[in-house]
Design a protein around this ligand. Structure first.
Ligand code: NAD
Length: 471
């Protein structure tokens, strides 16, 4: 029942109902005791997240299957295993990360000690998106725990069953005062945002990102905004087109196109398009069989509202592959559109569905001009064997990240920061960057009463005279 999926009964789904204000003040009191700051507490909570993922994994998979038929293997590969590896990475590096940094000493401070402390921020808020709800909610929470904070965890109500599992099960693993789960839709989240937080980490659309940023500004609360947009893909004839097609289609059709870094559209010339379509037909069957609807590896559109939105984008378009829909089942067949015009509706918003429009360009310069005429994307994909072409895109476009000759895989490299730029977001995370996001870098200068040091700095004391400054 689609309608019921988006209506939240907070009363029945939250084990113990707390108002936003109560949750935040309990967390604030817990933070003020100092208990979240110790290395032992942080690593214990990180281990507990790992235990939660391992023990509750099957329940999360069942909930995601019920929410939008997300395949179990995809949940393990792209969400649960990624988080377990990230938690392990945090546990093995946390001791080092927590140590005060020793920056290089300027000559003037030769007798001093200078350090940068990584101070916990306090009570932070993590708001997750529904499309990879476990990864995008728990991922930032790992950073908040590692940074020594308390954290209010707000999963998206859109993947409701998954949010309910997190809400019911996480309190059995994490300290309940420090890491409460807040379940709610727009009115409840609006109320939550009236509270004062020390940091807000939001994943979602640019449109809601603006609401979050405005709410945060009222308390001068810093934020990370992990947003989306239309991530372009360019391919030239030097690429291995069969491999490139498989990688583009995997990036596009994984999660039924509902991925923030999915290749949104393809820019190429007509000859490359012809070859791409030739392989695409074969590869779609290879991935999902002859009848995609029967494939257990192809999810559905999350809800009726999004289904209608995506189907409307297909109107008046020339379908080279796919185009079949089933409204009862929220099913849209993997679809490739050709002869798409830049001012068509499908080119005005992030598609977030299994449709790949192809726009004809005749050279990389035209593609770059097309990309630069639009908002800065979260990801940019370039398929080419020419070094000069790769460099041309790297030096003449701006995007959150770039992946050359593949899609999405750059997001999984734990030593690379992940985040947007301009309309696709601000701030970044993953690995050490997550820790850095959730701490304040406090500069500390230690001076001594060493008399030589005092002598060396006497120019700062009045009375000022030329004698003191002429060396
Ligand atoms: P969304 O912006 O609709 O919702 C995100 C969160 O905001 C949810 O928890 C929701 O409850 C909350 N929310 C919604 N309306 C609100 C309001 N008026 N006031 C306060 N809170 C509100 O996004 P979505 O549909 O969950 O996700 C899709 C979007 O997120 C796409 O644009 C996608 O590209 C982007 N996204 C980005 C990333 C990333 O890491 N950069 C990851 C996944 C999704």
């Amino acid at each position: 029942n689609i309608k019921n999926m988006t209506v939240i009964d907070v009363e029945s789904s939250t084990p113990e109902k707390h108002t936003a204000a109560e949750m935040v003040s309990t967390a604030r009191r817990a933070f003020n005791t100092g208990k979240t700051k110790s290395y032992e507490f942080r690593t214990q909570q990180l281990r507990n997240v790992k235990r939660f993922l391992k023990e509750v994994g099957p329940e999360l998979c069942a909930a995601l299957e019920a929410d939008f038929r997300k395949p179990e293997q995809e949940i393990y590969i792209l969400e649960i295993e990624v988080l377990i590896a990230e938690a392990d990475h945090f546990i093995s590096h946390l001791k080092d990360w927590m140590k005060p940094e020793k920056p290089e000493k300027p000559l003037l401070n030769i007798f001093d000690k200078i350090r940068i402390y990584s101070d916990p921020l306090g009570v932070v808020l993590v708001i997750g998106a529904w499309n990879y709800p476990v990864l995008l909610t728990i991922g930032p929470v790992l950073g908040a725990i590692a940074g020594g904070n308390c954290c209010i965890i707000k999963p998206s109500e859109v993947s409701l069953r998954t949010a309910q599992v997190m809400c019911n099960k996480l309190p059995h693993y994490l300290d309940q005062d420090c890491f409460p789960v807040f379940l709610g839709g727009i009115p409840e989240t609006t109320d939550l945002l009236k509270q004062k937080f020390d940091y807000i980490f939001f994943t979602g659309s640019p449109q809601i990102g603006k609401i979050i940023h405005a709410a945060a500004a009222k308390n001068l609360t810093p934020c990370t905004l992990e947003l989306g947009g239309k991530s372009p893909t360019y391919m030239d004839s030097s690429a291995n087109i069969e491999i490139a097609t498989r990688r583009i289609l995997w990036g596009k059709f994984a999660n039924c196109g509902q991925t923030c870094v999915a290749p949104d559209y393809l820019l190429c010339d007509k000859e490359v398009e012809r070859k791409f379509l030739h392989y695409a037909e074969k590869i779609i069957t290879e991935f999902f069989g002859a009848d995609v609807k029967q494939s257990k590896d192809f999810p559905r559109i999350i809800n009726e509202r999004n289904f209608i939105r995506v189907v409307n984008l297909l109107k008046n378009q020339k379908k080279a592959i796919g185009g079949q829909i089933d409204a009862q089942d929220l099913f849209i067949h993997p679809t490739i559109l050709v002869d798409v015009k830049p001012d068509d509706d499908i080119m005005q918003e992030e598609i977030f569905g299994p449709i790949l429009p192809i726009i004809t360009v005749n050279n990389p310069e035209e593609a770059i001009e097309f990309i630069n005429a639009r908002e800065k994307p979260l990801a940019l994909y370039v398929f080419s064997n020419h070094t000069a072409t790769k460099e041309l895109f790297l030096s003449n476009t701006s995007s959150g990240g770039v992946c050359i000759n593949d899609t999405i895989m750059h997001v999984g490299v734990e030593t690379l920061p992940f985040g947007g730029v301009g309309n696709s977001g601000m701030g970044n995370y993953h690995g050490k960057r997550s820790f850095d996001t959730f701490v304040h870098k406090k500069s500390v200068l230690f001076k001594s009463f060493f008399s030589l040091g005092e002598k060396a700095q006497e120019t700062r004391y009045p009375p000022y005279s030329k004698n003191k400054t002429d060396f």
